[in-house]
Design a protein around this ligand. Structure first.
Ligand code: FAD
Length: 621
């Protein structure tokens, strides 16, 4: 059988890659080990979170599926950091993990041009350094013009629970034992990483009455720009989560069993996610803390089983039992599934171009956890981009590469392919230098055009995105054109809305930028804005509050784009530049780039390093 594109692996990356490819008109095959595990959430049943919510919104604006699936399967929605600045707020949803899988599989099976096949890919077919298809465990060979690997934690996967060690891609599932050998044979650099998950507990054995309840937002916001906000807020049924705490007993049990923890006995060699440590790692590093938060989260709408967020562990089963029982409210809890750690092969992402095609093997794209990331959202974002770029390349079109100033997805891919990663990489708002430009709520305005160009966002949806952009621009124009003189009437108005007096002329923008200025006050100041729906009013207000900072960031970007063409003098002594790491200096010396632009394209040379170099070059002139 001959396909345009074959996607290997039906996880979060594979779902997006295969749907994008098929929707862009390419005859696509999704091969995955187990059809019912397409869209499985290996770890916690939740989508989004800080910075991860941004990725999902961006993926949605580009025509990806994760936002829609989350709206269908979600059982609790919260905007995290709601009290902080809008740039760092993040949407998060608890999902029904079974419903999510079923919804994902149904979309795949109902998409024209897309076949789903339950087989395991054992190796790649290639001629010289060009991939031509895949070979499976059933000895079938499938040919394709492009192949996208999205194999997650399954390449030579080994799970650990205490002294027990088994080959598995996820607990109870086969591991892909041979595929990474094909990658090694093709000259790709393959490494080893580790991650872990927590025990799941039978909900009826938990005493929720002694725990703190954590409800969803009163008016839940959907993830997808294509979901109707009002209907969603009115109809979505939500479940609460609960907060519990570890205590001295828990810590004592864990510490007393360090000698049985695969993490410390040398049984696990792969490097784990620094920001998502196991409970034994937390106790080891922060022994002085007298308690750690645990979030008790429902796994399905029926809430028969709970995920103990914060208790990721690979300690032996008897220790897991004891530590769960030590927590108030879980004294009699019964574990349904034990926590475990998993080690797996990944490919050094500096092997990739920004399009996610490998540099050494033509027509081979990689996306998701195989590239050293962790998280469903990071995987899905890469999957979508790999799907789009594989399809574009078949049409002889330029790849879609998003800038760091355009999208978190741009930051994610740029970080991976230029810096690589030695530990599981997750997204943070702090990784984005231009985060004020990259608010969740502007993803449709920023990226909808790319999704539309690719054929993944239909005309009607794109018109809605454009209408939103125009309304926000209209509101901003009104605000920017309005100024007030501190006459008697205006001062009385300020007093009536409880705002401080002014002595000089003041613009509407300056007033709205005040912390105390709410949407209600803005509407009193400029009643013309009342014609927009409250969601648009909110966006207009946020834009006005951030206008000055955004202007500054846009100036910086402009300057950086100009600076990048600056020549590096011949014989320039890179070692004399203070503030560059030895690794960067070595790379610059080796490649001797003629311009800052060329320097910025060397893997591992960061935008911050370019800034420093620029200062030194200016000083040398
Ligand atoms: P996956 O979701 O792993 O999907 C890979 C798919 O490919 C699977 O369907 C598999 O069957 C299929 N496949 C693999 N090889 C082959 C093959 N050769 N042939 C056919 N099909 C194949 N993320 C976090 O953000 N935080 C966490 O704390 C966290 N903990 C985790 C704990 C565990 C134990 C595991 C397993 C994962 C954890 N993750 C965590 C990671 C999260 O699950 C992944 O980041 C995410 O699922 C990656 O998506 P993916 O599409 O790259 O791969």
């Amino acid at each position: 059988m001959e396909y345009d594109i074959i996607v290997v692996g039906g996880g979060h990356a594979g779902i997006e890659a295969s749907l994008a490819a098929a929707r862009m008109g390419k005859k696509t095959l999704l091969v995955s080990m187990l059809a019912e595990q397409v869209g499985a959430t290996s770890c916690n049943p939740a989508v989004g979170g800080l910075a991860k919510g941004h990725l999902v919104r961006e993926l949605d604006a580009l025509g990806g599926e994760m936002g829609l699936l989350t709206d269908e399967a979600g059982i609790q929605y919260r905007i995290l950091n709601a009290a902080k600045g809008p740039a760092v707020r993040g949407s998060r949803a608890q999902i029904d993990m079974d419903k999510y899988r079923i919804a994902a599989r149904n979309v795949i099976l109902n998409t024209p041009n897309l076949d789903l096949l339950q087989e395991t890919v054992e190796g790649l077919l290639y001629e010289e350094q060009t991939v031509t298809g895949v070979r499976t465990n059933l000895l079938n060979e499938y040919r394709a013009k492009r192949v996208i690997l999205t194999t997650g934690t399954f390449l030579k996967g080994v799970v650990h629970i205490g002294e027990v060690k088994q080959t598995a891609g996820r607990f109870g599932e086969f591991s892909a034992e041979n595929l990474s050998d094909s990658l090694r044979a093709l000259g790709l650099k393959v490494g080893r990483l580790k991650t872990g998950t927590c025990p799941r507990v039978d909900s009826k054995t938990i005493d929720f009455s002694v725990m703190e309840q954590q409800p969803g937002d009163e008016l839940p916001s959907p993830f997808s720009f294509r979901t109707d906000r009002e209907t969603f807020a009115e109809t979505k049924q939500q479940l609460p989560c609960y907060i519990a705490y570890t205590n001295e007993d828990t810590h004592g049990i864990i510490e007393g069993n360090f000698h049985r923890a695969p993490l410390f006995t040398g049984q696990i060699e792969g490097i784990g996610p620094r920001y998502c440590p196991s409970i034994e790692d937390k106790i080891n590093r922060f022994r002085d803390k007298d308690r750690h938060h645990l979030f008790i989260e429902p796994q399905t709408e029926e809430n028969t089983e709970c995920y103990i967020n914060g208790m990721s562990t690979s300690l032996p089963p008897d220790v897991q039992q004891a530590m769960v029982h030590s927590v108030r409210g879980m004294e009699n809890a019964k574990i349904v599934r034990y926590g475990y750690a998993i080690e797996y092969d990944y490919v050094d992402p500096t092997e990739l171009k920004h399009s996610l095609e490998t540099k050494k093997v033509h027509h081979l794209f990689l996306a998701g956890q195989i590239n050293g990331t962790t998280g469903y959202e990071e995987a899905a974002a890469q999957g979508l981009m790999a799907g789009i770029n594989a399809a574009l390349s078949l049409d002889g079109r330029e790849p879609l590469v998003l800038g760091r100033d355009e999208a978190y997805i741009g930051v994610l891919i740029d970080d991976l392919v230029t810096k690589g990663t030695k530990e599981p990489y997750r997204m943070f708002t702090s990784r984005a230098e231009y985060r004020l430009l990259l608010r969740e709520e502007t993803a449709d305005i920023r990226l909808g055009k790319y999704g539309h160009d690719a054929g993944l966002i239909d005309d009607a949806t794109f018109e809605k995105f454009e209408a939103k952009r125009l309304q926000i621009e209209e509101g901003a124009a009104l605000i920017n054109a309005t100024e007030y003189t501190p006459n008697k009437e205006f001062l009385a108005f300020l007093e009536s809305i409880g705002e401080e007096r002014v002595t000089d002329k003041i613009s509407a923008q300056q007033l709205i930028a005040r912390k105390s200025f709410t949407r209600e006050k803005m509407l009193k100041l400029l009643p013309e804005l009342s014609k927009y729906d409250p969601y648009i009013q909110e966006q207009i207000m946020i834009d006005a509050k951030y206008a000055r900072y955004v202007e500054k960031q846009l100036d910086e970007i402009e300057k950086m784009k100009k600076n990048i063409s600056i020549k590096i003098p011949e014989g320039f002594d890179f070692a004399s530049v203070k503030g560059l790491s030895n690794e960067i200096v070595e790379k610059l010396k080796t490649f001797n780039p003629p311009t800052l632009q060329a320097a910025s394209q060397i893997s591992g040379v960061t935008p911050a390093a370019i800034e420093i170099l620029h200062i030194y070059i200016k000083m040398a002139q």
